[in-house]
Design a protein around this ligand. Structure first.
Ligand SMILES: Cc1cc2nc3c(=O)[nH]c(=O)nc-3n(C[C@H](O)[C@H](O)[C@H](O)COP(=O)(O)O)c2cc1C
Length: 340
């Protein structure tokens, strides 16, 4: 865990990644960061995590998922991102920070949503430009890298899945053209670019599975890839944010990558179910370079430096709070600190 690792043109101080976790601490309409946002990220930075992937930031109003989501959709947002990053770097000069760029597509909260099957070519060209503009803002705001969100049934996730994408034109799922165009557009910006990739729909009979994900990883050259799932289609037992004891739940994708010799083609982050360094060692033993944690950091954002005795119950109350437009809080920690 505590070895350095190179991603793109920068080095992380250890192999622990804070996977993107929406905190519910931005203005519900404007996406502007509230004071709590700065506090949460300063504290995370003090916890010595190698790479902090912030939280899904909408690249345009048509891609706004709500839940008090962070915005990076216009130039006036740059100043707030800059401030957050400078506070984090002041707290810990060694950390690396990633902006996660997202377009919610059909999960957008306003009426003008983009549906993968009804969108026109010019709709897609606008989306590509929006991702590029957001990446330019991220570069100006002093992020070390950006991550394209292509998981969890957002627009890019649906674009690569035959369950959602029934198109027969050049944007059909097997061509992954939209994702490719977004990657190429961001490449011109000159900032390292990774992807959070939907590696399985967990739906019998559809083509988005570990094998098709490997095809994408084989064909496209990202600076890093984070393995994730296709949202909530599989319920609490499958998919992205699983309840229960299951740890290291994308191991089947890692095995597939390993067989195809793809694990180190671009650095892979595997996220999902990990509680502590001991769990992460299972993935390191499989040759995975980087391990991501999300809910664990809500439970204890200092677990890398304080001996880690606090377990995440994987009860998912944190995400339930977020879906009700409040902050993502760990109920267990809040009860113990007598905050509720
Ligand atoms: C409260 C909450 C918010 C999340 N927000 C995001 C997000 O903004 N972007 C994203 O890609 N994944 C998000 N996720 C998913 C996590 O990044 C991660 O993939 C998932 O929780 C599994 O990891 P874990 O078992 O370590 O929690 C969120 C998860 C939770 C619990």
């Amino acid at each position: 865990m505590f070895n350095k690792y190179t991603i793109g043109n920068f080095e992380v101080q250890n192999r622990c990644v804070r996977s993107a976790t929406a905190t519910g601490t931005c203005d519900i309409v404007t996406g502007i960061l509230e004071q709590k946002f700065y506090d949460i990220y300063e504290s995370l930075a003090r916890g010595n995590v190698g790479l902090i992937i912030q939280e899904h930031a909408f690249v345009s109003l048509k891609g706004h998922a709500d839940h008090k989501q962070l915005g990076i959709h216009q130039d006036s947002m740059i100043q707030y991102h800059q401030l957050a990053n400078s506070k984090m770097r002041a707290a810990n000069n060694n950390i690396k920070i990633c902006s996660q760029l997202a377009h919610a597509g059909p999960n957008c909260s306003n009426e003008n949503k983009i549906e993968i099957n009804n969108a026109s070519v010019s709709d897609f060209q606008i989306v590509v430009q929006e991702f590029k503009d957001a990446a330019i803002r991220a570069k100006i705001a002093n992020y070390d890298c950006v991550q394209i969100h292509a998981g969890h049934t957002y627009l890019l996730s649906q674009s690569i899945s035959t369950y959602y994408n029934n198109r027969t034109d050049e944007y059909k799922a097997s061509e992954f053209k939209l994702l490719k165009d977004v990657l190429e557009a961001i490449r011109t910006v000159g900032i390292p670019v990774g992807v959070k990739l939907q590696c399985d729909d967990f739906i019998e009979g559809y083509s988005m599975n570990a094998k098709s994900a490997c095809k994408i990883i084989e064909s496209l050259q990202f600076d890093f890839v984070e393995v994730s799932g296709g949202g909530y289609t599989g319920g609490a037992k499958f998919g992205t944010i699983r309840q229960g004891k299951d740890k290291y739940y994308y191991q089947h994708v890692i095995q597939e990558l390993k067989q195809l010799n793809l694990l180190n083609k671009q650095p892979v982050i595997v996220t999902g179910g990990f509680q502590n360094i001991e769990d992460a060692n299972l993935a390191f033993q499989d040759g995975v370079p980087l391990v991501g944690f999300a809910r664990k950091f809500l439970r204890n954002d200092q677990f890398l430096i304080d001996g880690d005795t606090k377990k995440c119950a994987k009860c998912n109350q944190c995400i339930n709070g977020l879906l009700k437009n409040s902050e993502a809080v760990c109920i267990v920690s809040a009860k113990q600190s007598k905050l509720i």
